[in-house]
Design a protein around this ligand. Structure first.
Ligand SMILES: [Zn+2]
Length: 303
């Protein structure tokens, strides 16, 4: 049976770059359903208490339960999680970038399973475009290589000083029964990821897919123009403005399977990019960040 490829708008970017909030905003567009970090599905589904962004248990969510039912047994899910861990390491981008490697039986099996998740979600959500905010370039390279998927990338970049300041705090979801938290990360870890995502990772994505780069700061400063550009890039029909007159945006109750604990925060919100790194970061940290990321920071106008 021939079916059209599933249209996917994939949000890439280093952690704490605004990918979760963009996922929630795009969910409010007509014909679009956002599912958060699909990449983590095989991991989180093994936790029976794990909740979808709609606040239902994942197994009770009307959109994720058909995906779970696709698997004949818990063992088949565990097998996929093992595969995910083995292909998902950052260094695997070198392998994934090569077609011959992508065609290996192991990666083919993983890619087919991921494409099947997209297809099942799009079918049950009856959406024309599906948003996946998995962030990692490796997953996009894999699942986007499936003939069953038509992928476009929105890559979010944020001032690395703000990213480091954000990672220096633990983050916890509010107003939910079982709060989730993201642990703080070290400076080295954050900078390594930021550099990888915004240089090599982005280069690979650009080579393979139509890619749009968006600075989080531009989304915050001028949400109307930036969201309109993303909507046009995604080929989604225009709807009423996503931004109200007072500059607030609606964040939808997306069926986000995983991601930042903020995925439970829905409703009308005013976007803001925290400037507290100016007071929070000691001078030596700012210096290290600037030295390590200098050409990239300049390229994006942060210096
Ligand atoms: Zn749900």
């Amino acid at each position: 049976m021939h079916t059209d490829p599933t249209r996917v708008l994939y949000i890439s970017g280093a952690g704490r770059s605004g990918t979760t909030v963009l996922n929630g905003i795009l969910d409010t567009l007509n014909g679009v359903s956002a599912f958060g970090e699909v990449w983590h599905f095989w991991k989180v589904v093994q936790d029976v208490d794990h909740r979808c962004g709609c606040r239902e248990l994942l197994a009770d969510c009307p959109l994720w339960s058909p995906v779970i039912e696709d698997y004949p047994s818990p063992d088949s899910i565990r097998e996929m999680e093992g595969l995910r861990l083995s292909v998902g390491r950052i260094r695997q981008i070198w392998r994934i970038g090569r077609r011959s490697r992508r065609d290996s039986p192991e990666l083919r099996m993983f890619t087919d399973a991921a494409a099947r998740i997209y297809r099942t979600l799009a079918l049950h959500a009856e959406c024309a475009t599906l948003v996946d905010s998995s962030k990692t370039p490796a997953f996009a390279m894999l699942v986007g290589s499936s003939p069953e998927v038509s992928m476009r990338i929105v890559h979010l970049v944020r001032d690395p000083r703000a990213v480091v300041a954000s990672w220096s705090r633990q983050k916890q979801s509010r107003g939910v029964e079982h709060p989730e938290s993201l642990e703080a990360r070290s400076l080295g870890h954050v900078l390594r990821e930021w550099m990888f995502f915004n240089t090599i990772g982005l280069k690979y994505l650009r080579r393979r897919f139509p890619t749009m780069v968006v600075r989080l700061e531009d989304l915050v400063d001028d949400p109307t123009t930036t969201l309109e550009a993303i909507r046009g890039f995604a080929g989604v029909d225009a709807t009423a403005s996503l931004v109200s007159r007072d500059g607030r945006v609606m964040v939808g109750g997306a069926h986000s399977v995983a991601g930042n604990p903020d995925r439970f925060a829905t409703g009308s919100t005013k976007l803001h990019a925290s400037e507290d790194w100016r007071t929070l970061l000691p001078w030596w940290k700012r210096l290290v960040i600037t030295v390590v990321t200098y050409p990239v920071m300049r390229h994006y106008g942060y210096l």
